[in-house]
Design a protein around this ligand. Structure first.
Ligand SMILES: Cc1ncc(COP(=O)(O)O)c(C=O)c1O
Length: 412
């Protein structure tokens, strides 16, 4: 079923705003998405009615808050088809999820003999944790190449594997080009080589159906704020048997079952809590979890297939209309069927920041710079790009306005 962006827009109060005396056009959804009133109300409702710490007290408010927080884990588990809430750890976002795997799994399992494969199209949050850890543990990182059209070079990727490969870390969708990587194919290659697979789902989970069982991924990281939820909450999915074997990430309250002091040794012995709490030390972002649950419910109401279809149509339309702009160069694949609703481009003779500022003066918000993906820009010998990224509330009329302003910029 096709979604109706005009009906959806009614749920987003911010979209009624004007910026620089123009109706707001928000095309920076790859960075973060706007929030529907259902999410805003859930947050207000939580603090207005249920606020308490979770898993600590026996009083009614704490019981209710705990139940809500657990329901949020169940809802997210269901959304990505995880085995249950044991496999869903709430973290601050994709960045923290990847760091969790690096320091809870990588620190204890990767040594000088080992190799990790990542790709040149990764966001810095899927590069820096591995580069940092490799400096500590001495394992080797190998970078898979990217083709001229921004797609993964599968041949070079496969050639990187050896008997030492232990882990593959790769994004499902590039935040620069919108390229969708063939995750089932990648999972098969990784597993045939006895390596684990960590998928950065920051740009896929919000935009298309993602089923962790069907894809057979070992870890999946994503951020709530990129799928209509609040900032400061995200998820690490991990296969239960792997999470059970892993060391905790942070230490503190909530993640322990027992801490007992032994006067004979002068030390405490510690046992870990059950999953997923073993990885959620300290007071968690309960309200963020509640907001995320509401965001997921909203997206389920729209239907993830419809979300994807809407974005494909918008992207097709925008790519078509961009051809009219003779000074605009678009990067990434031309074939929209293999990409999500992200289009990087440059305007001849202008920096991406100048392009973004000009569009801003007409109320159009786009991203400029290297989008936390410098190695990919280096690959294409680019300093930066401008980027539009669409979501469920964007319309063809907004694209028309965007093209009109770009043409104005070309004349200018
Ligand atoms: C592909 C990708 N990975 C990781 C991240 C980092 O997400 P966060 O800043 O929410 O942790 C982003 C954010 O833009 C992203 O696009």
């Amino acid at each position: 079923m096709m979604l109706d962006p005009y009906k959806i827009r009614e749920d987003f109060p911010i979209l009624k705003r004007k910026v620089n005396n123009h109706p707001l056009i928000y095309f920076d959804n790859g960075a973060t998405t706007q929030k529907p009133k259902q999410v805003l109300e859930a947050i207000k409702n939580f603090y207005g009615k249920y606020n308490a710490n979770v898993h600590r007290a026996v009083h009614t408010l704490s019981q209710e808050a705990s139940e809500l927080y657990e329901n949020a884990h169940e809802k997210v588990a269901d959304f990505i088809n995880a085995g249950g809430m044991e496999e869903v750890i709430f973290v601050r976002g994709t960045t923290e999820a990847i760091n969790l795997v690096a320091y809870s799994w990588g620190l204890h399992n990767l040594g000088e003999e080992d190799e990790v494969i990542i790709s040149l199209m990764e966001h810095h949050s899927n590069i820096v944790p591995w580069e940092n850890l490799s400096r500590m543990n001495g394992f080797r990182i190998k970078y898979a190449g990217v083709n001229e059209d921004g797609t993964l070079d599968y041949e070079s990727f496969e050639n990187l594997f050896s008997s030492r490969t232990r882990l593959v870390c790769i994004s499902h969708v590039s935040n620069v080009t919108g390229v969708i990587n063939e995750m089932k194919r990648i999972a098969k290659i990784a597993h045939d080589n006895d390596a684990l697979l960590l998928v950065d789902g920051a740009q896929s989970v919000p935009h298309m159906p993602v089923d962790v069982k069907a894809l057979d991924v070992d870890f999946l990281a994503f951020s709530g704020h990129k799928l209509l939820g609040p900032t400061g909450i995200g998820c690490l999915y991990g296969k239960q048997e792997i999470l059970e074997e892993m060391e905790p990430f942070h230490g503190g309250g909530e993640m322990i079952r027992e801490v007992s002091y032994n006067p004979a040794t002068g030390r405490c012995s510690i046992s870990w809590n059950d999953l997923p709490w073993k990885f959620e030390a300290g007071t968690p972002n309960v309200c963020g979890g509640v907001g995320l649950m509401e965001a997921v419910k909203y997206l389920e109401g729209v239907g993830m297939e419809s979300v994807k279809e809407h974005e494909v149509r918008l992207t097709e339309y925008a790519m078509e209309r961009l051809r009219e702009c003779k000074k605009v160069k678009v990067y990434g694949p031309r074939d929209v069927s293999s990409k999500c609703g992200i289009i990087p481009f440059n305007v001849d003779g202008l920096s991406s920041h100048d392009v973004a500022l000009f569009l801003d003066s007409y109320g159009i918000m786009i991203r400029s710079g290297f989008h936390c993906a410098q190695p990919l820009h280096q690959r294409f010998e680019l300093k930066s790009t401008a980027r539009v990224s669409f979501y469920i509330y964007n319309t063809r009329e907004e694209i028309d306005k965007f093209i009109e302003v770009l043409k104005e910029l070309e004349r200018f």
